[in-house]
Write a protein that binds this ligand. Structure first.
Ligand code: ADP
Ligand code: MG
Length: 613
């Protein structure tokens, strides 16, 4: 007897269904897209147990006739296309005519639907593709469809459903994407019978974001104005440097108005925030990319969730550059506001917490300079600052990575220069430098600030770095695969002052390091570097180089910078602030932490109840 058997149509249908619906979020997506295609202006989504128990979609769209309500569950049943020739012209979502038939093959469905002109509606119950009841009923205009017990008859699939929380997360992401995409539709989302989101129509994307994200997002979402470059247009709404997330879940991309998941686009987006937010955080935003159809392939994924661009780098670069530019502009506007001569009490309204944090870097400084912005006031810093010994000053000078140039020497002359930032009040907890400015009290984190200064110096002058030959070369044990990974980048390390070489199959050897790296664990640095490289394997070579370079300099700067707890003399503080003022990204350390905070005078006055007018 032959071993090959033909599957029964019912079994074949169950398998085919898996391609359309894999999880509750796919069901929600198919059903909501049908509602949108039906012209609905109000769509409510009810989810029970992450959609595993029940999904119900209620819309006010065109509804279906008694006949169509039956036909819609048939395989390849669609009202949107009559022949294959029409495929290209299709603008609606579904054209496979397979969603409802697939869903009905693997769950228990109740459909209630009524056309606007009909006297009554239709109610149909169908489970595992078998209609069990059909009747005429009183019903509201539109369609109300309920999916119960998804995969109840396909245990192999049911087993692969994730926890309630995971399935719910997918649904909320989808829900947000739908809301962003269709701002003129009233969407609501219920979980286990409780209303989670109620989103009436809104005029702008920023308004939509405000409906959906937490209250912090309200003041921290900025529009990304539309820009077109080589027939690619992007626009959207993005988080400011004040708002960040622990994962990428709040990054949404739409390509020709279709929500897509694309890791590279998300990476390009995050790159725009380099130095603006801490490196272990992620920005949030939704970005719409409009691109001619012949430059994008939307058919690489069965559910069209992914896309492929003809020139991906063009799109990515545009995103990174525009995000960066928008953030810069936003910060400049903020800072200008910060330093206008408005009454101090109104400045305080800028932020609820203690102080507005101007910790955004300027990639290309737009403002004249930090110094001018904060409005200098000159005085003798020695009056209130702690005294430090000459040897302590020597220590700091010694910790400077490069031969200090004459103007960089720490001057013992207390004569104030026009470059001063404001009155240095002193050092708080040997960690923060306090500065009195016209706008309020400015706090600078001495470590973060020095890190930034050193980082920029390393970056500019890495080829002139002074090396020390180690008395005992450091041997680093690491698996062969790791060595293979790092080998192409060894010359980069050598350029940075770390003389490193392969040493047998499982070892690397370091003969020399830059002067101020001598006390840090080179081994740790190399292992970290291997980590970065393996993380970014898929990225372009030159990108890895840039990244490694940046990280390496950040790491070196961090290790060499003055620490919290180091006593600084007034002169050292002054020098630090002066050096900081001329760095490009003076508002954050290389890891993205802020170098300084302004506590606006208005906030202080408010706390002392002096802000009555
Ligand atoms: P497709 O969307 O590809 O046409 P579906 O299986 O998703 O296939 O839907 C089949 C048909 O059922 C649709 O073409 C449409 O005519 C009808 N339909 C489905 N959902 C709705 C709805 N919410 N309102 C009105 N008609 C609907
Ligand atoms: Mg459909």
């Amino acid at each position: 007897m032959g071993r090959i058997k033909q599957l029964s149509p019912a079994e074949a249908q169950k398998i085919a269904a898996g391609e359309v619906v894999e999880r509750p979020a796919n069901v929600v997506k198919e059903l909501v897209e049908n509602s949108i295609d039906a012209g609905a202006t109000s769509i409510s989504i009810y989810v029970v147990d992450g959609g595993k128990e029940q999904i119900r979609i209620v819309d006010n769209g065109c509804g279906m006739s008694y006949e169509d309500a039956h036909a819609c569950f048939l395989h390849h049943a669609t009202s949107k296309i009559e022949s294959v020739d029409q495929l290209n012209a299709i603008t609606t979502f579904g054209f496979r005519g397979e969603a409802l038939s697939s869903i009905a093959a693997v769950s228990k469905v109740t459909l209630i639907t009524r056309e606007h002109t009909a006297a009554h509606g239709t109610r149909i119950e169908i489970a595992a593709s078998q209609i069990s009841s059909a009747s005429e009923v009183a019903a509201a205009h539109g369609t109300d469809i309920t999916i119960n017990e998804l995969f109840y008859n396909v245990p192999a699939r049911k087993k692969f459903l994730k926890t309630k929380e995971t399935e719910w997360r997918q649904i909320t992401s989808l829900f947000q994407a739908l809301c962003f995409d269709y701002r003129s539709i009233h969407f609501s989302l219920y979980a286990d019978n409780a209303l989670v989101h109620n989103c009436p129509p809104v005029p702008t994307l920023v308004d939509r974001v405000r409906q959906l994200w937490d209250s912090n997002a309200h003041t921290n979402i900025i529009p990304l104005e539309a820009i077109t470059d080589r027939s690619i247009t992007i626009h959207g709404a993005i988080s400011s440097y004040h708002y960040s997330k622990y994962d990428r879940s709040s990054i949404f991309f739409f390509v020709n108005n279709r929500w897509v998941k694309n890791h590279k686009l998300a990476t390009a987006f995050c790159k725009g925030y380099l130095n603006a937010i801490p490196t272990d955080r992620f920005p949030a935003g939704c970005i719409f990319v409009d691109i001619p159809g012949d430059q994008v392939d939307i058919n690489i994924h069965p559910r069209k969730e992914e896309v492929q661009f003809l020139h991906p780098r063009l799109v990515e670069q545009l995103i990174t550059a525009e995000v960066k530019k928008t953030l810069e502009q936003h910060l400049s506007d903020k800072l200008k506001k910060q330093v206008t001569f408005a009454p101090a009490s109104s400045l305080g309204q800028e932020s609820r917490s203690v102080g507005f944090v101007p910790h955004r870097p300027l990639f290309h400084p737009i403002l004249p300079s930090f110094v001018e912005t904060i409005t200098p006031k000159i005085s003798n810093p020695q009056i209130s600052a702690p005294l430090v010994t000459q040897s302590q000053i020597q220590e700091i000078i010694a910790s400077d990575p490069f031969e200090p140039s004459p103007e960089r020497q720490i001057s013992l002359d207390p004569a104030p220069s026009h470059e001063e930032v404001g009155d240095i009040i002193g050092q708080l907890h040997k960690t923060y430098i306090l500065i009195e400015t016209e706008a309020g009290l400015y706090l600078v984190d001495q470590h973060a600030a020095h890190e930034r200064i050193l980082y920029e110096q390393f970056k500019q002058r890495f080829d002139q770095v002074e090396k020390v030959t180690l008395l005992f070369p450091v041997i680093i044990n690491t698996p062969n695969e790791a060595i293979e990974l790092i080998e192409p980048y060894l010359d980069l390390l050598i350029k940075t002052g770390i003389d490193i070489d392969r040493f047998g199959t499982n070892q690397l050897v370091v003969h020399a390091t830059p002067v101020h790296l001598k006390n840090i664990s080179i081994e740790e640095l190399v292992h970290e570097m291997i980590g970065w490289i393996s993380q970014h394997k898929t990225v372009h070579q030159t990108e890895i180089r840039t990244l490694v370079h940046e990280r390496l300099h950040a790491q070196m700067a961090c290790k060499a910078a003055v620490k919290a707890g180091d006593t600084l003399s007034p002169e050292q503080m002054k020098q630090l602030l002066k050096d900081l003022a001329v760095t490009d990204n003076r508002f954050t350390c290389p890891h993205g932490r802020p170098t300084g905070w302004l506590i606006p005078l208005g906030d202080i006055e408010k706390r002392f109840k002096r802000d009555y007018k």
